[in-house]
Design a binder for this molecule. Structure first.
Ligand SMILES: N[C@@H](CCC(=O)N[C@@H](CS)C(=O)NCC(=O)O)C(=O)O
Length: 335
């Protein structure tokens, strides 16, 4: 685990703040890929949607990268955007392309380390080397390394090329989706990390209480709603899914989020099984990468690197969600 300083790799664990709270660095590359190459909400323009031009770097262990893989799959982008998968083990060299440890290798340049991808973008890059990364082969630049934005681009930029009319961020539901994301990101998606990487009892307990407070609210919401916003499966569900699918196997033990398992929440666990069983989604889930990565890589919180064998889980078991009315994914009238 480390970071780049002026283009040089330094092995260094996360620095927490004075009060022991985990600080996540803001993603630094924020350009948008758009249908015609016009600039998006941030960054510069020039990144037009084209088949074969862009490459996605992911870890199958990482919940943020996982979102982008799901949108790539459900939006029919697999033949347009190829993927390189990093190794599950992230130690002194950060993310690597070690093929003996689950990586596909770097399909573009055969780099050994993900930090080489960042210095290929900017020779004197300073910052953490994170996944996902959306890379432009034409300009040799990182388009964007913020998953929340990459999934928005995937939701629409390629529609004319693919003819895919699924909409995970439909206009009439945006206010609700934004509000859910704003609650769920700090308390749940990042909340499990805030609990797991806290270096003071107080910071841990604050994260823990917020996390389970929010899970209780979501459990209640999913008692009335088939999906988070109601009848349609949206981006908000996908973003919650990638944290929930890792919860009982990793966050409960490794990150000490152990008030309750997701399996103990009837609505959340049935919702989780429904999403897991959604066509295409199970193929994006790798418990081999997930468990090996967290337990093997975080030596400060699991010094032996021993990976627990359990828990026994079956996400293919029947769910009860059909009792609530659902319409699947929203379809765009035109694009
Ligand atoms: N804001 C980023 C966060 C990505 C992120 O933190 N990824 C983790 C893996 S789960 C990572 O690459 N960490 C390496 C590091 O921080 O050194 C996003 O959502 O895309």
């Amino acid at each position: 685990m480390g970071l780049l300083v002026e283009g040089r790799w330094q092995d260094q664990w996360y620095e927490s703040s004075k009060d022991g709270a985990f600080q996540r660095e803001q993603a630094q590359r924020r350009n948008w890929l758009t249908a015609d190459g016009k600039p998006g909400p941030t960054g510069v323009g020039g990144f037009a949607a084209e088949a074969g031009r862009y490459h996605l770097y992911v870890s199958l262990a990482c919940p943020w990268a996982h979102r982008t893989l799901i949108l790539r799959k459900l939006k029919g982008l697999e033949s347009l955007i190829d993927v390189s998968v990093v190794s599950w083990l992230m130690l002194e060299n950060g993310w690597t392309f070690d093929k003996h440890l689950g990586s596909t290798g770097d399909k573009l340049d055969h780099f050994n380390f993900m930090h080489q991808r960042y210095t290929a973008d900017t020779a004197n890059y300073t910052g953490r080397v994170t996944v996902p990364v959306l890379w432009d082969k034409q300009t040799n630049r990182i388009v964007n390394n913020e998953s929340a934005e990459i999934i928005r681009m995937f939701n629409s930029a390629f529609d004319e090329l693919t003819g895919n009319d699924l909409d995970f961020y439909p206009a009439p539901l945006r206010t609700e989706i934004d509000a859910l994301n704003e609650r769920i990101y700090p308390a749940v998606n990042n909340g499990v990390y805030r609990a797991g990487f806290a270096t003071s009892q107080q910071a841990y307990e604050e994260a823990f209480d917020e996390l389970f407070g929010e899970l209780d609210r979501l459990e209640q919401l999913l008692g009335a709603n088939r999906y988070l916003t109601g009848e349609y499966l949206t981006e908000a569900d996908i973003r919650l899914f990638t944290t929930m699918i890792r919860f009982d196997a990793v966050y409960f033990g490794h990150f000490k989020c152990n008030l309750r398992r997701i399996a103990d929440y009837p609505n959340l666990s049935n919702w989780l099984r429904e999403i897991y069983q959604w066509p295409g989604i199970a193929e994006t889930v790798s418990f081999e990468h997930i468990k090996n990565h967290y337990y093997g890589s975080h030596k400060t919180i699991n010094p032996t690197g021993i990976v627990p064998k359990g828990p026994a889980q079956d996400f293919t078991a029947a769910h009860d969600r059909a009792r609530l009315s659902g319409k699947g994914v929203w379809r765009k009238a035109e694009f």
